[in-house]
Write a protein that binds this ligand. Structure first.
Ligand code: CA
Length: 237
């Protein structure tokens, strides 16, 4: 009942053109938008207004975006606010760092409005727990693909896929969080949690093998260039 509160988005971006596109597009999509043109005022704005999501440019004239991300994630008052990094070419290593300190996603410039809105909605859905609800231990099904953590088994077309323990763990990590990007080091850290000894090959090699085993469902694992991997989101979800 009643009107759903609008999701609030803070934009921290020093380039006027991009700031205007972000503000215009997201306002039109029905979000409540506030903007800051540098890091210091952006940080202040986010701390006082506590939006649902921050679109954070990495290269700012005063405090850089990564530092802002670090400060917001280190503070109990602001660490639940979602962060999407707005990045330029050549900032891949910063993207990896940002994901490691808690940023949720990134949008590379130049972006299409469609892509922007899709990523924003996806992160908000995930933050609200409205994304595919995957409880610990429950079976995940996507089209012809199915994975069962309690039985440590996966299938395509009801045919079991033979996976090593490490491959299973990587696939499970990705499948439990559709749409979320994991960097190679995050995948490695997760796999090492239980399988240090058997984790002797690179993440890329494991993913290559998993894809081969997925056959027609191989596109469920998407490569995020220079950053890592993610499990495909459901169409139109
Ligand atoms: Ca900038």
């Amino acid at each position: 009942m009643g009107v759903m509160a609008k999701n609030r988005i803070a934009i921290v971006e020093d380039e006027a053109d991009i700031r205007e596109i972000l503000e215009y597009t997201l306002t039109r999509e029905g979000f409540e938008v506030e903007v800051a043109t540098d890091g210091t005022s952006g940080l202040e704005m986010v701390r006082s207004s506590r939006p649902d999501l921050v679109l954070l440019d990495l290269m700012l004239p005063d405090i850089d975006g990564l530092e802002i991300c670090r400060l917001l994630k280190a503070d109990d008052q602001t660490n639940s606010i979602s962060i999407i990094m707005v990045t330029a070419k050549g900032e891949e290593s910063d993207i990896v760092l940002g994901l490691g300190i808690g940023a949720d996603d990134y949008i590379p410039k130049p972006f299409s409005r469609k892509e922007l809105v899709a990523r924003v909605r996806s992160v908000i859905r995930r933050a609200n727990g409205m994304a595919v609800m995957v409880k610990e231990g429950s079976v995940i099904e996507r089209g012809r693909f199915k994975i069962d953590p309690s039985r440590h088994k996966a299938w395509t077309n009801d045919i079991e896929i033979e996976l090593t323990a490490t491959e299973f763990r990587i696939l499970m990590l990705l499948a439990r969080h559709p749409g979320r990007i994991f960097s190679r080091s995050q995948i490695l850290a997760d796999a090492r949690g239980e399988l240090a000894a058997s984790f002797d090959r690179s993440v890329d090699a494991h993913v290559r093998t998993i894809r081969k085993k997925l056959g027609e469902e191989r596109n469920l694992i998407e490569t995020v260039r220079a950053v890592g991997y993610r499990f495909a989101e459901e169409e139109g979800g």
